[in-house]
Design a protein around this ligand. Structure first.
Ligand SMILES: [Zn+2]
Ligand SMILES: [Zn+2]
Ligand SMILES: [Zn+2]
Length: 274
């Protein structure tokens, strides 16, 4: 099982699209891993997590092969994760040679956004088919065992994060969420097998939150919680991801600080083989 991070910023990107703060100016000047686009990751070659407005950028410069993607899991409807207008281009005359439809999953708010952008939720004869997900109800997607979990993010919709398992590997992709709740821990504990990788929201970096997002100290606390519950072990790979320029650390300092807690700091283009 492999995960590739194509976009590792919070909503405004880093540098922020209109921002001229010192950290955005520095990121523009330094380039490299300090340049972060909007949130997207890929499991192996076929399971995509989120469809941000930087979707085409990831395919042009990040090496993302959207033609090979067979299923898409949306976390929630915020614009940095959900740009459903691109789903329209799956059909003729915009896309000619694609074989097979795209399976698309998301919450009700995402369904509304998809409907508004594409005029419907697709169907068997069309290029995508949308299925509405409920938290805590496991499903099989392309042979992956997927558990959508209830994120603590905004009261306006039921945001989701995901446990995704294949064979004896499992990963937790928990972004745009605060601290793991007792309910999250109970549903995670009901799954068999340890987590091979845990990817946690670290929007706030040096600041704490835990209510809508997390900072590094919150992530470290979640790591302790998962280890104490026996859901992860010494083999687990720990990643922080989804960073805002308000968090205070450019990549090098972030990687150093994250390393103190045993976390890797994600960057655009990072791939981890499990
Ligand atoms: Zn976000
Ligand atoms: Zn800025
Ligand atoms: Zn969000």
């Amino acid at each position: 099982m492999r995960i590739t991070y194509y976009g590792t910023a919070a909503g405004e990107g880093w540098p922020g699209v209109f921002c001229q703060c010192p950290l955005c100016r520095q990121a523009r000047r330094l380039g490299g891993k300090n340049i972060r686009t909007r949130s997207q990751a890929l499991i192996n070659d076929d399971l995509l997590l989120d469809l941000p407005p930087d979707n085409q950028l990831h395919s042009l410069y990040g090496g993302l092969d959207l033609g090979a993607v067979r299923a898409l899991l949306f976390t929630h409807s915020h614009s940095d994760h959900c740009y459903p207008e691109d789903l329209e281009f799956l059909r003729e005359p915009y896309s000619h040679t694609r074989q097979g439809g795209l399976l698309v999953y998301g919450n009700e708010a995402v369904a509304d956004k998809v409907k508004a952008a594409c005029g419907g939720l697709g169907g068997v004869k069309e290029r995508f088919r949308f299925e509405t997900l409920q938290a805590n109800t496991p499903l099989n997607v392309l042979g992956y065992r997927v558990l959508p979990l209830r994120a603590t993010h905004t009261p306006k919709e039921q945001c989701l994060f995901y446990r995704i398992a294949q064979g004896d590997k499992a990963l937790l992709y928990a972004h745009d969420t605060g601290a793991l709740t007792e309910e999250n821990m109970a549903y995670l504990s009901a799954q068999s097998g340890k987590l091979s990788l845990v990817s946690l929201d670290c929007t706030c970096q040096r600041h704490r939150d835990g209510k809508y997002h997390m900072g590094l100290a919150d992530c470290a606390a979640q790591k302790e919680k998962l280890l104490a519950a026996g859901l992860a072990d010494g083999q687990t790979v720990w990643v922080v991801n989804h960073f805002s320029h308000n968090g205070g650390w450019l990549h090098e300092e972030l990687a150093y600080e994250a390393g103190k807690h045993g976390f890797l700091a994600a960057y655009d283009g990072m791939t981890i083989e499990l």
